[in-house]
Design a protein around this ligand. Structure first.
Ligand SMILES: NC(=O)c1ccc[n+]([C@@H]2O[C@H](COP(=O)([O-])OP(=O)(O)OC[C@H]3O[C@@H](n4cnc5c(N)ncnc54)[C@H](O)[C@@H]3O)[C@@H](O)[C@H]2O)c1
Length: 327
């Protein structure tokens, strides 16, 4: 089986490669070829023994999508994208990557024709929804995104659904909750603190908390994000029906509950490394985000996430800290 991953150098892309390498196959078929595409040079996944093609290219460039589709990969994980803050500050770049890049990819598949009909797993986001929100947002809640990022994701979802309906490909759009704990260096996303208040204290460093502890959000680990994508690839058209874009499950909790989980898992000294430093702008941005999702369709289709935030922290310690916590 030949698998193509776009955005392969990114956080979820790397987690997905680790998972696929560990599994050795997808849907019961061995993976013998991987094509990894990203504007940043992707790395060869350690432990993968098949053929790997590493392509550093902007997917939205003329001909780039057609070039990677020419080899007719059996499954495509489309993860390439720019994050919400960047898509908001640089409108042209945001739409170019998040919408045009997706359309180029889907059109390259459509134009191949000749019976070519790959599985396409797309990372959408809960940013497709816009306030005012009900307590729990169901898959059938109208799509009225309030950011350019969410708008490009919503338009990409519609394209994916239409191209699936027309029989050009078999698409699944997974609306990810906030993926936490994000490993590595802090990034500039307004949501970055959800990860840094866990990641930095576990590494022995201070973390700033810019919002009140009552802020509520929904989370899943990077391991679960990879799991959602692998599971999505196993679903048939019949199982999915016409609504191929769906919200993933996750742990809904407040920032205060995140901190209590950190205290339970790693102790008081670690939890004391969080310093309250209110930031009104971040607080305002976060107030406009959805909190809780009713993921009953995804759960019925067999998608799974962590049971509580303690488990999300343990996954981070196991997967990204080699089991160690800084005393
Ligand atoms: N992490 C989250 O909490 C979260 C939540 C919802 C949705 N998502 C979506 O999941 C996907 C992966 O997220 P992530 O957290 O791994 O992000 P990431 O920023 O770590 O990875 C995205 C990758 O896409 C690459 N990229 C950007 N523009 C490109 C282009 N024009 N051509 C080729 N590659 C390009 C980047 O270089 C990066 O390596 C994204 O589409 C994101 O919008 C993520």
């Amino acid at each position: 089986m030949h698998i193509l991953i776009t955005g392969a150098a990114g956080m979820i892309g790397r987690k997905l490669m680790t998972r696929l390498t560990k599994d050795g196959g997808l849907n019961g078929q061995p993976i013998d070829r991987l094509t990894l595409v990203d504007v940043v040079a992707p790395e060869r996944p350690p432990g993968f023994n098949g053929t790997v093609e590493l392509i550093s290219r902007d997917l939205a460039d003329d001909g780039a999508a057609a070039a990677v589709i020419a080899a007719r990969p059996d499954a495509v994980f489309h993860l390439a994208g720019v994050v919400s803050a960047e898509a908001e500050t640089d409108l042209e770049k945001g739409y170019r990557v998040n919408l045009d890049g997706t359309r180029e990819l889907l059109d390259a598949i459509r134009r191949t024709g000749d019976g070519y009909r790959p599985k396409v797993m797309f990372t959408s986001s809960c940013a497709v929804y816009g306030a005012p929100f009900p307590d729990a947002i169901g898959d059938d809640f109208h799509l009225t995104p309030l950011t350019s990022y969410g708008t490009a994701k919503a338009m990409s979802e519609l394209l994916l659904a239409d191209y699936t309906r027309r029989g050009f490909l078999d698409g699944v759009g997974v609306r990810l909750p906030a993926i936490c704990v994000r490993p590595g260096k802090p990034n500039k996303a307004a949501s970055g603190f959800f990860s840094s208040i866990i990641r930095e204290p576990l590494a022995g460093e201070e973390a700033l908390l810019p919002v009140s502890e009552s802020v509520l959000h929904t989370f899943a680990s990077p391991r679960s994000a990879a799991g959602f994508l692998v599971h999505a690839a196993s679903l048939t058209r019949e199982q999915l029906g016409d609504r191929i874009n769906l919200a993933m499950p996750g742990v809904c909790c407040t920032v205060g509950e995140q901190i209590e989980a950190l205290r339970r898992v790693a102790g008081d000294t670690v939890a004391a490394r969080i310093r309250r430093a209110k930031d009104d702008l971040v607080e305002r941005i976060v107030a406009g985000w959805p909190h809780r999702f009713d993921a009953r369709r995804a759960l019925a289709l067999g998608f799974t996430a962590e049971k509580d935030f303690d488990e999300i922290i343990r996954v981070h310690i196991e997967d990204d800290r080699g089991g160690r916590v800084a005393a």
